[in-house]
Ligand binder design. Structure first.
Ligand SMILES: Nc1ncnc2c1ncn2[C@@H]1O[C@H](COP(=O)(O)OP(=O)(O)OP(=O)(O)O)[C@@H](O)[C@H]1O
Ligand SMILES: [Mg+2]
Length: 721
């Protein structure tokens, strides 16, 4: 036995347990690889104060080999070839390349970052970022190496005046260290090869919109070959990037899909249809809002927005998720742990580390330097209380002079002392306006509401919950609501049932807001629910960062955010129902008014038109008054809470019609058409993207409802945001 005992390296452990890191099957492996690289790129750009420009390229290597073979031996072995293709569709070899315009990586860190698990800059700090564990990108490289035997290729340029480093490396899982196979300097950054992948990339590159060296003065490009499977739909790379674009409106992201497969759909139907049906996402560009409409409104609220709110452009071989705002999220501050959230073992460890750092570290300085919210006066108070008659503790007492019992006593004192809550400038919420914009960009509905809560604390760590809902429009009305979850702006696509946010959705009583909700399930209806948790440390249930652990404090905040959105929806639904009733009553009145006018004319010869008009005015007043004051059962309708009217956006044809009916006017027969800014007239992108589907035309937002006045504001004059 004893002779068999051995060290286990962290990479050996995770190579065996790769499902813990999100590499359970080929499809998920492809997603996880893209996710880890994109998360890192967004983090790096934001830390460097750079507006992110990210390109994701997925190449199907099996298909490339097939094409080569086909060229050499055309006509021969047709049968064998088609067999090969079938196999390729199940699981195949891909090369994923993610390029960013971030600050780049200094040469000496490259081996550690990409060739070593549990190495990173984010683990030891308390700051909101997408990455936190120091596992992500090296794990993706390790998975690639295990499944294909190919090393990772990295190009990084940390200095715009110098050439990029080109490094190829493979992880030695026994030692958890990188083995470098290529290490050269090169000016080929971003890789010219990628601009020449297909017609669409060439077109875009010619227009300077795709991987132009000028847009990437510094940055990093990571290429990983791996065994994977590209298939659209739920849990796919496409969905991940769509959702990432919603939560990160400041990023411009381009996805180049692999070879021919983008056009195929494993479950039948066009991929566009499927994406649209499942998520309610807009798959094609829709001319929606005239230039300047959204930008001015948003600028009034302090946000800088592109002149024209652009929508996702999907042209098949590539998808562009445009930048919706040119303002970076506010920079977050790193904080020290809050004493209330600390555990005894951690405190003792921190005391030891401080002594190693400086032999002369005093208790007083330790309390102030290593914790947040401990003021000078609180620190001296704590010192006083820590001492006793036998051993006095002053501001000059060193940590080294304390004995272990003092550690325990200090822990107790820290739990008892009154302290302000942790600072919250370490968090960067998405914000109500951006949430609405993000949802509007990605989900086609008629009603949108968002709420952003005040920060709270779990285990001494600050966190903040935001929620948004989209209702109606083209969303399917007979399915359970779709829940989209985010942690620190990263979409979570798996393990929904284990996630605190999903539990919060189930525990919220949606029936209060006029929605159906079978017992123990999500509400059923045309609804998309979005929840975002922002925190300096998101408590994930596993290393693959797929679900948020179920802390009571977190779930409670999530429920409160959902309830806020639910109330806004309830207000809207009631208002909509009232409008409908008003319209119906008026119909009944109007039906009889004509008869009455005729009868009166027969009796005393008065002008029927005059009577008709007078009665019509009366009827309109009556219906308006009755509806404004009484509900279905004739009871007084409660005044609406003004808070329910904020963070709300209502658009869509359904509403136009309801209002037109209520106002007794027919809806404008011709929808207002607005031309989309052409993406370079005559380009492949513009050509294939131009015709918007008929359904998209129908749902074109033409107006929004002002909940305060109950009036419809046409989008030509009113502002969307
Ligand atoms: N594209 C990039 N540009 C600049 N720095 C990067 C880039 N990718 C990774 N890094 C650096 O490499 C470190 C390790 O990345 P890795 O993805 O392995 O871990 P992480 O992001 O810290 O945590 P997680 O495991 O949660 O993703 C990061 O902390 C970051 O400092
Ligand atoms: Mg990472």
């Amino acid at each position: 036995m004893a002779s068999r005992q051995r060290d286990i390296s962290v990479s050996e452990f995770f190579a065996k347990n790769r499902h813990l890191l999100g590499f359970d099957n080929p499809r998920k492996a492809l997603l996880t690889t893209v996710k880890e690289a994109v998360d890192n790129s967004l983090d790096a750009c934001e830390e460097g104060g750079i507006l992110p420009e990210i390109v994701v390229v997925i190449e199907d290597l099996a298909e490339a080999v097939e094409a080569q073979r086909h060229k050499g031996a055309r006509g021969k072995e047709d049968e064998a070839e088609s067999k090969g293709k079938k196999k390729a569709a199940a699981s195949s070899r891909y090369r994923v390349t993610v390029v960013d315009n971030g600050p780049g990586i200094v040469r000496k860190q490259v081996e550690n970052i990409f060739g070593r698990l549990l190495y990173g800059s984010k683990f030891h700090r308390l700051k909101m970022s997408r990455g936190q564990q120091g596992i992500g990108i090296s794990a993706a490289g390790m998975y690639g190496l295990i499944t294909t035997g190919k090393p990772m290729a990295i190009q990084t340029r940390p200095d715009a005046r110098k050439p990029a480093h080109h490094i190829e490396l493979a992880m030695n899982t026994k030692t958890n260290r990188a083995e470098v196979t290529v290490d050269v300097e090169s000016d080929d950054f971003p890789l010219a090869r990628l601009r020449d992948l297909n017609g669409a990339t060439r077109e875009l590159a010619e227009g300077g919109e795709f991987l132009g060296p000028a847009s990437f003065p510094t940055g990093t490009s990571v290429s990983i070959e791996l065994e994977g499977k590209y298939q659209r739909g739920r849990g796919s790379v496409d969905e991940f990037l769509e959702l990432t674009a919603i939560a990160n409106p400041h990023a411009r992201i381009t996805l180049v899909r692999p070879g021919k497969q983008y056009a195929e759909d494993a479950e039948g139907g066009s991929s566009e249809e499927r994406g649209g049906r499942q998520l309610g996402l807009k798959a094609a560009p829709v001319p929606a809002i005239a230039p300047g409409e959204a930008s001015e409104g948003a600028a009034g609220q302090g946000a800088a927005v592109a002149a024209e709110p652009e929508r996702t452009e999907d042209v098949g071989p590539l998808v562009i998720f445009p930048r919706a705002t040119s303002e970076l999220p506010p920079e977050t501050k790193e904080i020290q742990p809050h004493p209330k959230g600390i555990e005894l073992g951690i405190l003792l460890q921190m005391m030891k580390e401080a002594q190693v750092e400086r032999d002369s570290y005093t208790v007083y300085n330790f309390l102030q330097d290593k914790f947040s919210r401990v003021s000078a006066s609180t620190a001296s108070e704590l010192c006083d209380e820590l001492g006793d008659k036998a051993f006095k503790v002053t501001a000059r007492t060193k940590l080294a002079d304390l004995d272990p019992a003092h550690g325990e006593r200090l822990f107790k004192l820290l739990q008892e002392v009154k302290l302000p809550p942790p600072p919250t400038d370490c968090l960067a919420p998405i914000g109500v306006q951006q949430l609405l914009k993000g949802m509007f960009k990605g989900v086609r509905a008629e009603f949108y509401a968002a709420s952003s809560r005040e920060p709270d604390i779990y285990r001494g760590r600050p966190f903040l919950i935001e929620a948004a809902i989209a209702f109606g429009g083209e969303l399917p009305g007979d399915e359970p609501a779709r829940v989209i979850r985010f942690a620190n702006r990263v979409p979570l696509l798996y393990q929904q049932a284990a996630c605190s946010s999903f539990k919060a959705v189930l525990e919220t009583n949606w029936r209060n807001y006029d929605l159906q909700q079978p017992r123990g399930t999500a509400p059923v209806g045309a609804l998309v629910i979005m929840i975002h948790m922002a925190s300096v440390w998101v408590p994930f249930t596993s290393e693959s960062k797929e679900a948020i652990a179920d802390y009571d404090e977190i779930r409670k905040e999530m429920k409160l955010a959902l309830m806020e959105c639910g109330r806004k929806l309830g207000t809207y639904l009631r208002k909509r129902a009232k409008m409908k009733r008003e319209g119906q009553r008026r119909d009944v009145f109007e039906r009889y008014i004509g008869e009455i006018a005729k009868a009166l004319n027969a009796i005393n010869g008065v002008d029927p038109k005059k009577i008709y008009d007078a009665l019509l005015i009366q009827a309109r007043e009556r219906t308006a008054i009755a509806d404004a004051q009484l509900d279905d059962e004739g009871r007084q309708v409660k005044d609406e809470d003004p808070a329910d009217q904020q963070g709300v956006l209502i658009v869509g044809e359904a509403l136009n019609e309801a209002l037109a009916q209520a106002e007794g006017t027919a809806p404008a027969s011709e929808p207002v058409t607005k031309s989309r800014k052409a993406a370079g007239a005559g380009s492949a992108v513009a050509k294939s993207a131009a015709p918007a589907p008929a359904s998209a035309q129908a749902a074109k937002p033409r107006a929004k409802l002002d909940l305060k006045t109950g009036k419809l504001v046409p989008l030509d004059q009113g502002k969307l945001f």
